[in-house]
Design a protein around this ligand. Structure first.
Ligand code: AMO
Length: 446
């Protein structure tokens, strides 16, 4: 391709400093940096190369006559995205990131970029999402996505930290399952030896069962939903943070959930300051308790605003748009949904007329549903009745129903869509942007 740039193995070369350490505190020090070229400026006798690593950018300045002739010639040939190591001296430079730049003395190219990417890393303008997703690993080098996924990591850690403190233990439940749990969402069938099986829509029944053994459990794992529609808030494979707790009801669980959200937001404020600054958006400010609207009150409000909605209908984002902004511009709960539109495992409120209202909630942010949860049915006869009412084949749930003969505790829980939570936290409109490798009806690669 070009004769003077050669690809080499890493050999004995090792990084001595990250970009975050290239500053005046290391002035005059010999350093070895490693990363990718995020941009290059060719001024003839001066070559500026910006090297990006996991913490940010480093400016490297090669000047003709100041660096060895062969090295300067190599710098002239370098292209964006090439992965490499550079040795050199740290020198003050006001205009460079960290107030310092590197004057190179040696170069080792690991992998030459063979093509120009269809987008530039610095671009702040919108690039078509499909173009980016087709080359996702390269897209993920962009600053905005680096910040989003660092925040995502904080979110996951903060949830684990919070739940551990509340004496939950982390579980992993089967993802290849025999029966559906979430009525509304379609299943992905798979071959399981000589039988049909499905990818799990939710760990619902397993997390409920495990409250019998461990009382307080949580799982962070994938859920699979065959979503036929193309929307900005549905994936075919999402990550769910599922929580289930024994000897409580949905009110305790709403309180647990809002405290967990608060802990997540506080952790991000503490750990992701520069990411938040880079994303330039209004970080959600929350106060506890979150506002709680009952489903029936919201239906009333929507009707008053002129929207035609019937009690018993699901609440679409379109319908919720009719609510005044001050009610919905942050996190809030919609509670006490009609039993008829909730899955069979959701407990009906015994005080409501013929059990038509359930002990359930959705956590919302604006018009986006972040989580749903409920008190669960813990009596076998009641569960059987609910299954029959929903037209389910109760025999196929035998494996689940039989544990109810052995002292199922009262229990309640919730499931949060991690990507939905990330959308709310980072103000991102398209759910595909907050998933590393999104899956939807049109996309199964990369
Ligand atoms: P539900 O079906 O409401 O409830 O799902 C819980 C949360 O998961 C997220 N979610 C999705 N995110 C992206 N793409 C999808 N296709 C998708 N489907 C769901 C949403 C949603 O609020 N078992 C119950 C939870 C429980 O009661 O514990 C359940 O699965 O954020």
């Amino acid at each position: 391709m070009n004769d003077q740039l050669r690809e080499e193995d890493i050999g004995l070369w090792r990084r001595t400093h990250y970009s975050s350490e290239i500053n005046l505190s290391n002035e005059e020090r010999e350093v070895t940096i490693m990363g990718w070229i995020s941009s290059k400026r060719d001024h003839g006798n001066i070559q500026f190369v910006i090297v990006r690593d996991k913490y940010g950018d480093i400016q490297v300045m090669a000047k003709k006559n100041e660096c060895p002739e062969e090295l300067f010639a190599q710098f002239q040939l370098l292209k964006e995205h090439t992965s490499l190591a550079i040795r050199g001296k740290v020198r003050p430079q006001e205009k460079a990131p960290g107030g310092a730049e590197i004057i190179p003395s040696e170069l080792r190219v690991f992998s030459i970029a063979r093509k120009a990417a269809p987008f530039v890393l610095q671009s702040k303008t919108q690039i078509g999402i499909d173009t980016r997703l087709d080359l996702r690993a390269v897209d993920l080098r962009r600053n905005v996505l680096q910040s989003i996924f660092r925040i995502r990591y904080t979110v996951l850690n903060a949830c684990r930290e919070f739940l551990a403190r509340q004496r939950f233990i982390e579980i992993n439940t089967p993802k290849m399952i025999a029966t559906a749990t979430e009525g509304g969402a379609a299943l992905f069938p798979i071959f399981y030896y000589d039988r049909e099986a499905f990818l799990a829509q939710s760990p619902q029944l397993y997390k409920e069962q495990l409250t019998m053994a461990f009382e307080n459990v949580f799982e962070i794992g994938p859920i699979f939903r065959a979503e036929p529609s193309r929307t900005n808030r549905h994936l075919s494979e999402a990550i769910s943070i599922d929580v289930e707790k024994a000897f409580v009801d949905y009110n305790d669980i709403m309180s647990l959930l809002e405290r967990m959200i608060l802990h997540v937001l506080d952790s991000i404020k503490e750990k992701n300051k520069s990411d938040l600054a880079a994303l330039e958006f209004q970080f959600p400010n929350v106060e506890l308790p979150f506002v709680r609207y009952s489903y029936s009150d919201l239906i009333q409000l929507l009707r008053e605003s002129g929207k035609e909605v019937r009690w018993g209908d699901d609440l679409s984002p379109q319908a919720l748009k009719n609510l005044p902004d001050e009610r919905t511009n942050s996190f809030y709960f919609i509670t006490d949904w009609p039993t008829s539109i909730k899955p069979f495992y959701v407990k009906a409120n015994a005080m409501s007329e013929s059990g038509r209202i359930s002990e359930s909630f959705d956590l919302m942010h604006g018009q986006l549903e972040i989580s749903s949860g409920s008190t669960r049915v813990n009596r076998k006869d009641e569960l059987l009745e609910r299954m029959k009412k929903q037209g389910l084949n109760t025999q196929s749930f035998d494996y689940h129903l039989k544990v109810f003969d052995y002292g199922m505790p009262p229990h309640a829980g919730f499931g949060i869509g991690l990507e939905r939570l990330m959308m709310a936290i980072t103000n991102i409109d398209n759910i595909r942007d907050v998933s590393l490798y999104p899956r939807d009806i049109d996309r199964l690669t990369p």
